[in-house]
Design a protein around this ligand. Sequence first.
Ligand code: C2E
Ligand code: MG
Ligand code: MG
Length: 722
Amino acid sequence: MLVVFATMAMMVASIVMTALDRVASYANHLDEERSRETLVGAIQTFEHQLGATLLDYTAWDDAADNAYVHKDMAWMISNFGDMTFDSDLFDVAIVLDAAGNPMMAYSDGQPIQGGAEGYLTPAIMKLFDKVRFGQSGRVPQALGFIRTQKGIGSAGVALIRPKSGSIDRPTADYVYLAFIRHLTPLTVERISEAYVLPGLVLMPPSSAKTAVTISAPSGEKIASLAWTPRAPGDQSREQVAPLIKAALVIVTIYALLLVIIGNSEMRRVRADEANAVKLAQTDRLSGLLNRAGLTQLLEDRVRRGRDLNEDVVLLYLDLDGFKEVNDAYGHATGDRLIRAVAAGLSVLVGEGAGLARIGGDEFGIVLNGHEAKERAFALASSILAFFDEPILLGERTVVVGCSIGICVSEGGRVEGGELTRRADMAMYSSKDGGRGRWTVYDPRMDEERESRNQMEIDLREAIGRGEIDVVYQPVVDAKTFTLVSVEALARWTRRGHGPVSPDLFIPIAETSGLIDQLGLCVLRQALRQLRDWPDLKLSVNVSPGQFRDPAFVDHVATTFEEAQIEPGRVVLEMTETYFIQSPDRARLAMERLRSLGLRIALDDFGAGFSSVGYLRQFGFDRMKIDRSLVQSLDRGHRAVEMLQATVALARSLGIPVTAEGVETEQQAVILRIAGCDQLQGYLFGRPQSPEQIAAFMLRPMELRAKAAELAFAANHDGGLQV
Ligand code: C2E
Ligand code: MG
Ligand code: MG
């Protein structure tokens, strides 16, 4: 910028100075021309003056009388010779006879000593001849510049004659007069002053621009008059140049200031812009990069990876249980948790890697360069270890986990957007796999996702078309084995695929929000069915997702009203996850449901965290022991003892216990002895259609006999290991 400016300033200065030079030299040139014309005129005037003087002296009756009649030499001397003294008109006067011989020769008022040869040069004799032979035109007089012994001068020769012009004598008697007027220094000085030609000097012939050449009649150059040029242009320039220079300097300084101010303004704008970009790419809460920042970073790293054939790895983190902390302790604590996690991750990630908070509780880490993949795996493990420890937030300690998805762009061949999508998918796979783990992206995940998406679409349609069936699994009294209740279980026969396990479609319904419709549809069908079985009770499963719908309890109430079923006959089964995640809201929902007259069972006890504390805290109406716990009974004493202890604890809290997944008679006996009052499992009946349940109810004698048989065996055979 400065270089451009300097070049321009120099160009402008040089143009201005060149223009000034041109004006000056043109003015000089004009003055020279004028001086030359003046000097040429002055030289001509000098010659003409001599011509005029000579004419006065020669076309004169007195002179003619004295030359031809009286032949009076004394008159000639006093009128011609003496006149040469200190005269401004001529300084040499020579009277010549018709043959050209001098009859009188005077210079500066004195007779010329030693003959007049020094003045009667061939040039003047040529003028004489011109006059003598009548070649001088109308007037017998000839003029021209000559060189004499005294110097350069104007010379003239004329015939002495009366004014009338006719001489009544033979030409051989003719008398001539020659005058010379020399260009003496004094004369030159006078010309110089009169014509304002400073420094005028006579010099040998010169071709200088400031000189005018004086030539003899023969054309020979005999001298030059040179003057000192006044160079008015130079003078003007000298006067003006400092002003113009000053103006140029001022303009330059002004422009320079503009450039400097402009530059600093531009730098400021650029800095502002950079700050704005940085701000737009920063997450305010954590101070890390935000999603836009991560996108930009990934783009840069992937491009670099492609250039250097380097791997780029993206780790996608999602906290497990963040929402619960937020719900339980409020957003301020949630924010503190995010900041604490951001700080922890910054330390673990270290320099060189990129760390961003992508959204709510999601973080992204970008690694590249040497062994990026291996470093990413090690980092993922240390991040999981970090989350193993409780996090201290002021006076509070919270426990959260983290699910990680990892995707590698080998040699930068996978673009940033796709890399993010894949890492996100791998993260979800970690979530699905049970959280608190890291998973590397596998192309099969895309297929799974695709088939899951398709299943979701089909399930939505199936619900819409009323294609969800309900089957009922018998629940029997532990002592008598009589049917006391049924558990309603959803069934879906997918068009073109066949039956789909609830373990598959229920989670899809939960994540897609379809569970609200599906749950109510099952409840509606089951309640309608219950009208046919006035002696039975009913269990219906409820997902945590349904609780999140604020209108859930109202929907349930309406459904009961529509079906006209006494809510006291129905137990809602819930797993503990919702009670762990949102204890307060769960408690509220439970209270409202119970106020309708419904009872709540804790389903699948023993499958997850299974804290007895929940039983006590929430006051469940029933506990259902998970089938995994029941089936572990086959493995020996410890399992049996654990089960006994669990059931005993529930009973001590006044909570009746149902055992699920009872498949063998042995299990049934143990469970009964342990204190379970209801049993459910394939031993008694698989989930079945309403018609089959109706048939089931017709077999009470058969079941009771089996129960009695088992009771007898337990007491007498000892074959059962209890
Ligand atoms: P759940 O509520 O624990 O239901 C009992 C599951 O154990 C049923 O599986 C049943 O078929 C199975 N089962 C019963 N006895 C035995 C046995 O002796 N041996 C074995 N191996 N399994 C036995 P199903 O029907 O596949 O249901 C699986 C889970 O799907 C249910 O577990 C429940 O959590 C969920 N589910 C089913 N229907 C619904 C529904 O309508 N709403 C909601 N929210 N969840 C449902
Ligand atoms: Mg259940
Ligand atoms: Mg269960």
